[in-house]
Design a protein around this ligand. Structure first.
Ligand code: ZN
Length: 316
C-alpha cells in the first residue's frame, strides 16, 4: 500500500483499504470516512495549462454550438428552480458553452479557466468574460448567486479548502452546483479500476455520501442530489471505442480498453461532430428523445455522474 497517504476529506493517515488495483496505481478507501481517492504519490504532474491541444480546438470550433447549448439548457433548468437569475460564476469553464447558455438565459456570467485553448476560445469566439487564472489565487467575497463546478472537483488536490473558498465567494443563500463522476454509481461499482472515469488525472472519487458530507461540514445545506448521464461523454468514450473495435477485422481483437487508449481527444471531438451534422429537425428530435431518456434515468438514479445542488448556510 502507498506510504504517506492522507485522506483529503478527514485527514486520516493510517487506516485505508485498497478499493482497487490498477496497472500503475492503487485506489484507496478511507476507513474513517469512506472517501475513495488516488494517493498523491501516484499522481503524474497533470499540466492543466496545456490540457487541450490546438487540434482539439479546431475540432471544437467545427462542432455545432446550437446543439451543445441545447444540452446545457437542462442544467440551467435545474438551477433556475432555485435561483432564476443573478450572478453566475463557472469555475473551470472549459470551452464556455455552459456559460454562454447561462448568459442567454438571463444570468450575469463570468468564469475562470486554466487551460489556454479553451480560455482563448471562450473569450475570442464566444465573447465571454472568462479569466485565465487559478481559483486559489483569486479573491472573491459574498459576490455570486451561483457557482458551478462541472467535472472539476475530481481534479482538485485539496477539495476542503476549495469548497470553503467557494463558500466565501457566494452570497448568503448562494448556490453551489457540482457535477463529479459518481463512484457509487452502478457502472463504477461494477467496473472498479476499469471504469472509464478512473485515471490519474482524477484524484477524488466522490459518492453521494462523501460529497454531501464534504458540503455539510463546510457551510452548505444539500438541496438536491441526482445521477446524471452525459450523452456527449457516452458518444466519445463508450460508443466510439465500441465502433472502432467492431471495425477491427482480425482474429485477435484488442480489448475495448486498448482501443480506447489509442483514441486522441481530437478524434473523439471529430466523431462527436459527425453526429452533430444531421439536419436540424433530426437533431431537434434527437434532443427531445435525449431529454426524455435523461429525465427518466436521472429519476431512476442511473448515470455515471452525480449532480448536487447545495446552498450556502447563513449561520453555522
Ligand atoms: Zn477520510
Amino acid at each position: 500500500m502507498s506510504e504517506h497517504a492522507i485522506c483529503a476529506l478527514c485527514g486520516e493517515h493510517e487506516r485505508f483499504t485498497v478499493y482497487c488495483q490498477a496497472h500503475t496505481y492503487q485506489v484507496l478507501k478511507c476507513n474513517a470516512c469512506e472517501f475513495i481517492f488516488i494517493p498523491q504519490s501516484y499522481r503524474k504532474a497533470v499540466n492543466y495549462t496545456d490540457y487541450k491541444s490546438e487540434a482539439v480546438t479546431e475540432a471544437v470550433k467545427a462542432g455545432n454550438n446550437w446543439l451543445k447549448i441545447q444540452r446545457h439548457k437542462l442544467r440551467i433548468k435545474q438551477i433556475k428552480r432555485y435561483k432564476p437569475g443573478g450572478t453566475l460564476f463557472d469555475l473551470g469553464s472549459g470551452w464556455g458553452h455552459f456559460l454562454k447558455t447561462a448568459q442567454t438565459s438571463g444570468y450575469t456570467v463570468s468564469g475562470v479557466e486554466l487551460s489556454e485553448e479553451p480560455y482563448v476560445y471562450s473569450v475570442k469566439y464566444l465573447n465571454l468574460p472568462v479569466q485565465r487564472a487559478d481559483f486559489f489565487q483569486l479573491n472573491f467575497l459574498n459576490q455570486f448567486d451561483v457557482i458551478t463546478l462541472w467535472d472539476v472537483l475530481e481534479h482538485i488536490d485539496r477539495p476542503v479548502p476549495f469548497v470553503v473558498k467557494c463558500n466565501h465567494a457566494l452570497k448568503p443563500n448562494g448556490l453551489l452546483v457540482i457535477q463529479v463522476p459518481q463512484i457509487d454509481s452502478f457502472i463504477a461499482r461494477k467496473k472498479k479500476c476499469n471504469w472509464n472515469m478512473m485515471g490519474l488525472d482524477h484524484v477524488n472519487y466522490f459518492s453521494r455520501k462523501t460529497l454531501s458530507n464534504l458540503l455539510s461540514a463546510n457551510g452548505f445545506e444539500v438541496l438536491e442530489m441526482r445521477s446524471s448521464w452525459e450523452v456527449k461523454l457516452f458518444i466519445m468514450y463508450t460508443l466510439l471505442p465500441l465502433i472502432k473495435r467492431f471495425k477491427v477485422h482480425s482474429k485477435q481483437k484488442p480489448s475495448i480498453r486498448e482501443v480506447d487508449q489509442n483514441i486522441s481527444a481530437a478524434e473523439r471531438q471529430h466523431f462527436f461532430n459527425r453526429i452533430t451534422r444531421f439536419p436540424k429537425p433530426v437533431l431537434w428530435m434527437l434532443i427531445q428523445i435525449h431529454n426524455l431518456v435523461y429525465g427518466l434515468l436521472s429519476r431512476l438514479n442511473i448515470g455515471e455522474e452525480l449532480v448536487i445542488i447545495a446552498q450556502k448556510r447563513t449561520s453555522v
